[in-house]
Design a protein around this ligand. Structure first.
Ligand SMILES: *Cc1c(COP(=O)(O)O)cnc(C)c1O
Length: 428
């Protein structure tokens, strides 16, 4: 597989390089030079999820790793299902929250962890350093926990992460080191940036970021769109409209790659909360990010989506027709309404899925099949959902278990010298 840098097309790298590097020169995103077309989609859709995912990822990554290795990585990464729940008439929810941290980020984070572990198996131990305000930390910690040759350091702002979220990433131990920083999320991010600029840390600890722009994450996410259509009756598969609750737009980019590979998705709805840079851009042609507004679908509180250049590239290259993409912004009142309406239909949901549901309903025709993505388990947004519905939300076993575990974090000040000392003490 060859990938090029969207900001500097002369930089061409292999899949392995792109995974290890994350970003290219000038912070450019890597994108495949060509996207393979899959043959006999019907036969592919008839396969079980893991087996089909091996074929999809093997077609994308190609000879570089070999089918046997790809199979091993997929089998280690995808150990949970993505069921399509029937919600009402022609509306379904693709439930992507059955992984260990109950959110769709488990798919991408676990596949990336497997790739990095494979690619560094013979070399020096690497260090993943990341800042989190909640969810990413949990997905990354669980994805890398117990993998040989990789250490993970997670920084998070003291007192600003919900207690349950904190327990999800700080109770694992082993190769997962968590530090509670006396500062805000921005301070944590600044510390991470500083560490990547520090030659000592970069070279001695073999720093890597594992962040959401890594191509391995995106490719992993392609697989569950095939799984969605595979669960529809055959005569409905080419009528599917997919509504993606979007923040950084990685998930939508993966959906478009799936279509380019031959999956007969009819069209896409990009659903955002009031942070609506993309819906406004599609109407006006002007890219005008505003100040980010806090909402209850907080994983989508992003006004400069970092995966957008990949979507733009696919449209520009003619891989996906622009007319197949509509974008809808859903405000807090409608999100609230969405959670309630879904509950009335017998489907307990959470704010991100509710945004996607409301956006879908605005555009869905009677002869289409609508699929919105359930990107998180309702229990991850327990307080919000309980406030809206006035009923208790049950904790699934994975979350209930973690509530009784001890937090293993260290406390550090928000200054770089402290972080550096901490990292060398723990990992040096
Ligand atoms: C990250 C996240 C999103 C947004 O996904 P992008 O790929 O960044 O667009 C939506 N819902 C939940 C629950 C998330 O955690």
């Amino acid at each position: 597989m060859e990938l090029f840098n969207l900001k500097d097309p002369t930089e061409v790298v292999s899949f392995s390089q792109a995974v290890k590097q994350g970003l290219g020169r000038n912070q450019g995103l890597f994108f495949p030079k060509s996207i393979p077309q899959l043959e006999d989609i019907d036969a592919l859709l008839a396969l079980p999820f893991q087996q089909r995912s091996v074929k999809i990822l093997n077609a994308l990554i190609g000879d570089e790793l070999g089918e046997e290795t790809v199979a091993q990585l997929v089998n280690n990464a995808f150990q949970f299902t993505a069921p399509l729940a029937h919600v009402a008439d022609n509306v379904y929810s693709l439930e992507l929250f059955h992984g260990p941290t109950l959110a769709f980020k488990d798919f991408g984070a676990r596949f990336l962890a497997q790739c990095l572990s494979h690619l560094t198996a013979q070399g020096q131990p690497i260090t993943i350093l990341t800042a989190t305000s909640g969810d990413t930390g949990a997905a990354v910690a669980h994805a890398f926990h117990g993998l040989p040759n990789i250490n993970v350091v997670i920084l998070y702002p003291k007192g600003m992460v919900s207690p349950l979220q904190e327990k999800q990433f700080s109770t694992l131990g082993g190769n997962i080191f968590t530090a509670e920083v006396d500062g805000a999320f921005d301070d944590c991010q600044a510390l991470v940036k500083h560490a990547f600029d520090d030659q000592d840390i970069r070279e001695k600890l073999h720093l890597n970021s594992a962040n959401s722009i890594n191509i391995a994450r995106l490719l992993a996410q392609v697989c569950y769109y095939f799984e969605a259509l595979a669960q529809l009756p055959k005569d409905q598969q080419n009528k599917a409209v997919i509504s993606v609750p979007s923040g950084n737009f990685g998930n939508l980019a993966a959906a478009m790659i799936a279509k380019t590979m031959g999956l007969p998705i009819k069209r896409f709805v990009a659903s955002t909360n009031v942070n609506d840079t993309v819906p406004r851009y599609l109407l006006s042609g002007l890219w005008e990010p505003k100040k980010t507004i806090a909402t209850m679908s907080n994983a989508m509180d992003i006004s400069s989506p970092n995966n957008w250049p990949r979507i733009e590239a696919m449209i520009e290259q003619g891989l996906v027709d622009k007319s197949l993409l509509t974008a809808e912004s859903v405000d807090e009142d409608y999100t609230h309404m969405g959670v309630r309406q879904l509950n009335d239909l017998g489907y307990q949901s959470e704010p991100h899925a509710a945004v996607a549901y409301k956006a879908l309903k605005r555009t869905l025709a009677d002869d289409e099949i609508g699929i919105f993505l359930g990107t998180a388990h309702p229990a991850k947004f327990k307080e919000t959902v309980e406030n809206i519905l006035g009923v208790p939300v049950a904790l699934p076993k994975a979350l209930a278990d973690v509530a009784n575990k001890d937090i293993l974090s260290d406390a550090i000040n928000a200054d770089f010298a402290t972080l550096k000392e901490y990292m060398f003490t723990k990992l040096g």
